[in-house]
Write a protein that binds this ligand. Structure first.
Ligand SMILES: [Zn+2]
Length: 163
């Protein structure tokens, strides 16, 4: 093979890989919102991470080194924790863990309300992801849209309908 052909081949491969990466980045169908169904202000990322590690026998370890099945976790103070890459398979919604971003909110939103900090963080995160992945509001879902569950609670459901 001539030197020029080799260079062209390399260039083609580079473009192919680049397109693959771009496609991967765009491959998000839904953002799915959850609550932990535990006390808002005492549920920490560490406790959820440990809980999920036990629940799935360590099988949900992400490339970031966490076991938390949500892609993102928002604690009671509004701090956002990233447990896995957006394109990485999660463990939060049976049958829909691929091509979705799962956001877990600390709290039990049938009996308490999300904090202001939590809602601000959620809003920012949602707007950011909608922009990056070109998602419309109709692509933001609740766990209860996919299975028979009360998750993420009536107070969260109310907020998302106004979002
Ligand atoms: Zn859920």
């Amino acid at each position: 093979m001539e030197e020029k052909d080799k260079k062209l081949d390399l260039l083609r491969e580079l473009i192919r890989n680049l397109l693959k990466e771009i496609f991967k980045l765009r491959k998000i169908d839904y953002i799915i919102i959850h609550h932990t169904a535990t006390d808002r202000d005492t549920t920490t990322f560490q406790s959820i991470n440990n809980g999920h590690k036990k629940r799935w026998n360590g099988k949900t370890k992400s490339s970031l080194g966490y076991y938390c099945g949500y892609t993102y976790f928002i604690d009671g103070s509004g701090h956002i924790w990233q447990a896995r890459l957006d394109t990485e398979e999660g463990a939060h919604t049976r049958g829909y863990n691929r091509r979705t971003i799962g956001i877990g909110m600390a709290g039990h939103f049938d009996r308490e309300k999300p904090s202001k900090g939590q809602l601000n963080a959620l809003q920012e995160l949602l707007e950011d992801k909608m922009r990056i992945y070109g998602l419309k509001k109709s692509k933001i879902k609740l766990h209860s849209d996919f299975s028979a569950t009360a998750c993420p609670g009536k107070n969260m459901r109310e907020w998302i309908h106004l979002f």
